[in-house]
Design a protein around this ligand. Sequence first.
Ligand SMILES: Cc1ncc(COP(=O)(O)O)c(C=O)c1O
Length: 398
Amino acid sequence: MPRFPGTSHTNATLSATVFSRFAQRLKDLRGVTTYPLHVGDTWREPLEAARAEAQRTAETPHLHTYSPVQGEPALVAAAVRKVKARTGVDLDPADVQVTVGATGGLSVVCQALLDPGDEVLLPAPFWPLIRGIIASRGAVPVQVPLMDRLAAGRDAVDVEAALEAAVTARTVAIYVNSPHNPTGVVLDDAAAAAIARVAARHDLWVLCDEVYEDLFHGAAAPTPLWTRPDLRPRAIVVHSLSKAYGLAGARVGYAHGPAEAMAAIRAVHTFQAYGTAKPMQLGAARALDDGAAWLAETRAAYRDAAAATAAAFGAPAPAGGTFLFADVRDLVGGDDATPLLLALLERGVILTPGGACGDAYGGFVRVCYTSVHPGELASALAIVREVVADLRAGGPTA
Ligand SMILES: Cc1ncc(COP(=O)(O)O)c(C=O)c1O
């Protein structure tokens, strides 16, 4: 049936403005210093050797030709070394696939594992793009409110029962992200075991999003879920250089998992992206091999920023990641955080509406505490404290 000038029905629910409900208001602000705490990025420049300008044709002839579909051998080798150092696990290099960031990685993973109509359990709230990645495959993201309850830590949360109740005959996978965007939760062993039991009971794939694996705020590095013997055979793992190495613009990530699935993922990757920028893959390899000190400084800076941000919102400090997910229902008197979002926006502080992270979260706001320099963050948090105090005192501030 002709479609012109229409576009794909499968992708009709996707929007390029996932973060910018208030974009016009923002454009209208004149002469106000803005603090973009809505985008998950960093103020830090990456390790020098990893930067775009550090890659040179003189040192790497054919720097601008295609890379192999699997990725640059130097990056694949560095990824294997990194995984070994972080987890003790020896990967077969053949089972590693370099991807266009974790976004491109999850997209090819969904393309390779899912068929239209399949369901994926999505513990909510969640990273806003994952819903669209699943939907763009024609699959159904099934929201399971869970992560905010784990973050609040008030009542015992039955992770197994929550997931189990959402399983249907069409469920194919569970998406798991820890440390978590947006709540900052690091899943503990009990939660991991519950996920593993549900996955085993219903023969599900487990999509492990490890983009924040190195950004934990406690003393010890958390054990990645996928390294559990009861999860590993069914885990497809996606990593990124964007977060721990400050290379979001490089668009480099890598995935690994069981050999047969990785062969299917590589096949899809061939047709979807073929590869990602070779100079940036080489920079990424340098970051993985030589970035430990840079990462340690970053982790310390982010930990302080997390604590300061939580204090300003009167919320518990996140355990990892780069976000705080603040429950502001008491402050705004209901499930719509718009009064707070607008009051902050008028004064230049931009946050993500919680609703972008799940249908049940209109009364929450997401704050990225790593996107601006600590000095600017302090100014933004001073504004937050004033606006929160005004709202508490009963007067709308804008
Ligand atoms: C949980 C999560 N997964 C994946 C990504 C995407 O990372 P990348 O920049 O590697 O595409 C992000 C980015 O914000 C994220 O928060």
